[in-house]
Design a protein around this ligand. Structure first.
Ligand SMILES: C[C@](O)(CO)[C@H](O)COP(=O)(O)OP(=O)(O)OC[C@H]1O[C@@H](n2ccc(N)nc2=O)[C@H](O)[C@@H]1O
Ligand SMILES: Nc1ncnc2c1ncn2[C@@H]1O[C@H](COP(=O)(O)OP(=O)(O)OP(=O)(O)O)[C@@H](O)[C@H]1O
Length: 308
């Protein structure tokens, strides 16, 4: 085998309940992840070992213009960090070229970098024939970042701890989404910092039973009413113009309107595919977003789509 390509999904958070800051600077969460059909692709290609190059060389391209701005191409890229960690963990590492095809917005609150890290783990484990159990892979992913384990499993799942301890949620519905993208990202750490400033008395996070029953019944209207994101006031405080984006989706009769994770992407739940197209058109026309993309969820996690 000389090359492996893995397709890996973005996430939206259906519930993001955030507790007080912990001593290690992180926050305990009840984080209901939902994988949606915006995918990055991670291809790893076996490279000839030679003195001048290290373990990883990386390139990134965006299918949509401008979608690789802000993606580091050095060892700080989360996909490159994932490959180094996997090599250290398994002793199976050999030089690779990584090609990222970015469709998930960068620094958009949809876990694009985390998705790439998860994709790189699966692609390199496959290329190297590394016999790593599922639990070890999940632990390695969790160590790389709070959002990295989820794109390995996909679907819908509750994340506790700092978001990395996953319990799958059986989900019966197919949900139609619109994502309004901003031209400039928001730093996840800065949004949590603003949350601490706004909510010094944050309570311990709790799972929302209304959301869980909506997911169990597959009722999009009930799900729309139950969407909650504790980070939304912090994202709006740092980026007040997002209020107009959320209002534009509300005016177009979205069933639910929410900032995705740490933002600035805004997510709109639609009744069906036609309603999603209508909301996307209204958002584009409003001028209150850079782009509006239609997607559905949930979808599976990291999947090998090609091996040569
Ligand atoms: C906002 C979410 O996207 C929701 O899914 C995640 O909680 C963020 O996950 P992530 O980007 O993988 O975050 P990490 O790389 O682990 O942490 C980035 C920064 O976010 C903050 N952070 C993250 C997760 C968490 N439970 N508490 C935090 O306070 C910390 O300041 C941390 O330094
Ligand atoms: N593979 C990658 N793709 C995009 N950004 C990356 C990648 N690796 C590292 N980064 C860095 O991480 C930062 C956050 O990028 P990312 O797209 O993961 O944000 P995000 O979707 O808001 O993350 P999350 O939702 O997990 O908090 C970027 O600004 C960039 O500097």
């Amino acid at each position: 085998m000389t090359a492996v390509t893995v397709r890996v999904p973005a996430k939206v958070n259906l519930q993001l309940a955030v507790g007080p800051a912990r001593e290690d600077g992180y926050h305990d969460l009840v984080n209901v992840f939902h994988a949606v059909s915006l995918f990055d692709e991670v291809t790893v290609i076996a490279a000839q070992p030679c003195a001048e190059r290290g373990l990883v060389r990386l390139t990134a391209e965006g299918e949509t213009h401008g979608n690789t701005a802000g993606v580091p191409l050095d060892a700080t890229n989360l996909a490159a960090r994932a490959v180094h960690r996997l090599a250290a963990e398994t002793d199976a590492g050999a030089p690779v070229d990584i090609q990222l095809t970015k469709r998930i917005p960068v620094a958009g609150g949809m876990a694009g970098g985390s998705a790439d890290a998860a994709g790189a783990l699966v692609a390199c484990a496959t290329l190297w024939g590394a016999e790593l159990g599922h639990d070890r892979l999940l632990a390695l992913a969790a160590d790389l970042g709070s959002d990295v384990a989820f794109p390995l499993v996909g679907g819908t799942a509750v994340g506790t701890g700092r978001g990395e301890l996953l319990t799958p949620v059986p989900s019966t519905g197919r949900y139609h989404w619109v994502f309004a993208l901003s031209g400039t990202g928001l730093s996840t750490g800065a949004v949590f910092g603003e949350y601490d400033r706004l909510r010094p008395d944050a309570p311990e996070p709790r799972e929302d039973t209304a959301l869980m029953s909506a997911l169990a019944s597959g009722n999009a209207r009930a799900l729309g009413a139950a969407l909650r994101n504790d980070l939304e006031p912090a994202a709006l405080s740092l980026r007040p113009e997002l209020r107009s984006t959320l209002d534009a989706g509300r005016d177009a009769d979205a069933l639910g309107v929410i900032v995705s994770g740490s933002g600035p992407t805004c997510a709109f739940l639609a009744e069906d595919r036609a309603a999603a197209a209508h909301i996307a058109a209204a958002l584009r026309e409003s001028g209150h977003c850079e782009r509006a993309l239609v997607a559905h969820g949930d979808v599976p996690g990291a999947t090998v789509v090609c091996q040569e």
